[in-house]
Write a protein that binds this ligand. Structure first.
Ligand SMILES: Nc1nc2c(ncn2[C@@H]2O[C@H](COP(=O)(O)OP(=O)(O)O)[C@@H](O)[C@H]2O)c(=O)[nH]1
Ligand SMILES: [Mg+2]
Length: 304
């Protein structure tokens, strides 16, 4: 099977396999990325983030159908930190998203296991795979947007933050540092009580932040606000397309640095494993005859 050729034709089994490769097999991933890198970096990426249960998957399901009707070819990557524990969340997403799958949307869950760096590496390359297979936009669903989760807004072109009226801590969460990341703040489940109050307090609070985001209300249940949301998304996608080249250049700078630093770190780590000098100074530190700072200075001289 010629993976790259099948990918180019958008064959679903090839996409699934390629994403598994970039998630799990570094050596194969390098071979693959070498072949697909050249044309990458043009598809718009949309991050949809917020607490578990906020309605992100339902929202993406409906929105992607709308975008596809307008001629888009949407793919979804769902990053779920709980999926490796229960598997239940993945199944839930798959079940809820079958409708949009029928309309041509490709949906894939990614586990967020491992170091943050590994997740964003797999994510970046999964986006490349999906782009090569012809998808644009690529929507990334991520739980959280708190301090501990993968900071999705660094990876995507458009960030949507989803809240619900029935969770009393939402405005607290917003105050805790979310004002910087959203292009759109959605108060979803506006069919539930308290939506107007939350909308007002979010708008008041966000209004004070510099980057002029949009605050909207949606209900995926009653379809309220869904058309407006899709329209706003489209507007943002268009404007981001214009600045995409510059953004891609900045991201490649960060990516390259990340990889180089990681390579160097591994190299040095291996070197220390087999270094007599390191062993010697470690003994001194362990015997408390030398402090770690001074020992580290001496050991660092090993690296030219
Ligand atoms: N009342 C109401 N329930 C909703 C709405 N949107 C989603 N839900 C429900 O909220 C639950 C969680 O939805 P889901 O899309 O899985 O949330 P996610 O965890 O953020 O992806 C499901 O039972 C949905 O049916 C809405 O607008 N109104
Ligand atoms: Mg979900």
């Amino acid at each position: 099977m010629d993976l790259v050729k099948d990918l180019k034709q958008g064959k679903r089994r090839a996409i699934a396999r390629a994403i598994s490769i970039v998630e799990n097999d570094e050596k194969e991933a390098r071979n693959l990325i070498k072949k697909i890198f050249k044309s990458s970096g043009k598809s718009i990426t949309i991050g949809i983030t917020g607490p578990a249960g906020a309605g992100k998957s339902t929202l993406i399901n409906k929105t992607s159908m709308q975008l596809n009707k307008l001629g888009c070819k949407t793919a979804v990557l769902a990053i779920d930190p709980t999926s490796h524990l229960t598997g239940g969340a993945i199944l839930g997403d798959r079940v809820r998203m079958t409708e949009s799958t029928d309309s041509g949307t490709y949906i894939r869950s990614m586990a967020s296991r491992g170091a943050t760096g590994a997740v964003s590496l797999a994510l970046r390359n999964s986006v490349r795979v999906l782009e090569f297979a012809g998808f644009d936009p690529i929507i990334i669903e991520s739980v959280g947007a708190g301090q501990t989760e993968v900071d999705i807004s660094r990876v995507v072109d458009v960030t949507v933050v989803v809240f619900n009226p029935n969770t009393g801590d939402s405005i607290q969460t917003i105050k805790a540092g979310l004002t910087e990341i959203g292009d759109i703040y959605l108060i979803n489940k506006s069919d539930l009580p308290g939506a107007n109050q939350l909308f007002d307090s979010v708008r008041d609070f966000i209004g004070m932040s510099g980057n002029n985001p949009t605050v909207m209300m949606t209900s995926t249940k009653s379809n309220k606000g869904m058309a407006e949301f899709a329209k706003k998304l489209q507007e943002l996608m268009e404007s981001r397309t214009k600045s995409k080249k510059q953004k891609e250049a900045q991201r490649l700078d960060l990516e390259l640095r990340d990889i180089v630093l990681n390579n160097v770190k591994n190299k040095v780590s291996n070197m220390l494993d087999s270094s007599n000098t390191y062993a010697k100074y470690l003994k001194k530190v362990q015997g408390k005859t030398l402090d770690p700072f001074e020992a580290a200075d001496k050991i660092s001289k090993l690296v030219k």
